[in-house]
Write a protein that binds this ligand. Structure first.
Ligand SMILES: [Zn+2]
Length: 246
């Protein structure tokens, strides 16, 4: 049983997000999160969110916390920097979780590099948000299936062919929840950090108020050259030369 005093502290920082046709979300934050950058510590505001079952409210959520087994499910979160609500220019990165790249530093992809580079760009810009999307591992197929797809890639399939060989659509990522959260944190348009104009278009279609996009320099090495080339050839990413001019 959580005491009334404790509840009062928590409920003050829990926001119910309602949207027609979608399940309610409970947004928690901001939590102060100092993050080590290359040369200094930057203070971010960190928010997490959870999709609520039908009639649940932040209050009933607190009461059932202990029995919800939340550690068995992944939750997404967002790091916000600066005066995100009011700043005229804000950069937003929708970053798909990549256990191998972000945590282990795997060179098979460029995710870890993109994660750190996006945070740097946001801090340099003075305002922005990095969404870390938990259900997007392996372009939506999950970590276990991603290891199977990597085995197929070792046999010569490219990243798109490998996902399809396992019976998945190439890309099954949904951005509805982060867009609802973004709208709660900021009403003004944003600039999306991405090398993929198709991602911008599909996010705009899902309701993202983005005025344009800004590319990210890649971290090309012999380990990921083929993977990055496949993203250009099959997934609409801009080639590195174009990024150099952008
Ligand atoms: Zn990755």
């Amino acid at each position: 049983m959580i005491s009334t005093d404790i509840k009062r502290i928590l409920l003050d920082k829990m926001t119910l997000i309602q949207h027609a046709g979608l399940r309610n979300l409970c947004l928690v934050g901001p939590v102060k999160l100092p993050i080590q950058m290359e040369d200094r510590v930057a203070e971010f505001k960190w928010y997490t969110w959870l999709e609520l079952k039908d009639e649940a409210t932040p209050e009933t959520l607190l009461e059932s916390l202990k029995t919800m087994n939340l550690a068995e499910l992944q939750q997404s979160s967002v790091l916000v920097y600066g005066d995100f609500e009011h700043s005229p220019e804000a950069l937003v990165r929708m970053h798909s979780i990549c256990h191998t790249g972000d945590i282990f530093g795997s060179k098979r992809c460029d995710c870890g590099y993109q994660l750190r580079q996006s945070l740097r760009m946001i801090v340099e810009n003075g305002s922005g948000a990095l969404f870390y999307l938990a259900h997007h591992e392996g372009r939506g197929i999950g970590l276990f299936s991603k290891s199977l797809a990597y085995l197929l890639q070792q046999e010569g399939l490219d990243t798109v062919e490998a996902n399809e060989a396992l019976g998945f659509e190439d890309d099954s990522r949904s951005y509805e929840q982060p867009i609802r959260v973004l709208e709660t944190l900021r009403a003004r348009p944003v600039t999306l950090i991405t090398n993929n104009p198709r991602k911008l278009a599909s996010l705009q279609k899902s309701g993202l108020a983005a005025e344009g996009h800004i590319p990210l320099w890649g971290d090309i090495s012999d380990y990921n050259r083929f993977y990055l080339a496949t993203k250009v050839k099959k997934s609409g990413h801009m080639p590195q030369e174009t990024r150099a001019m952008a």
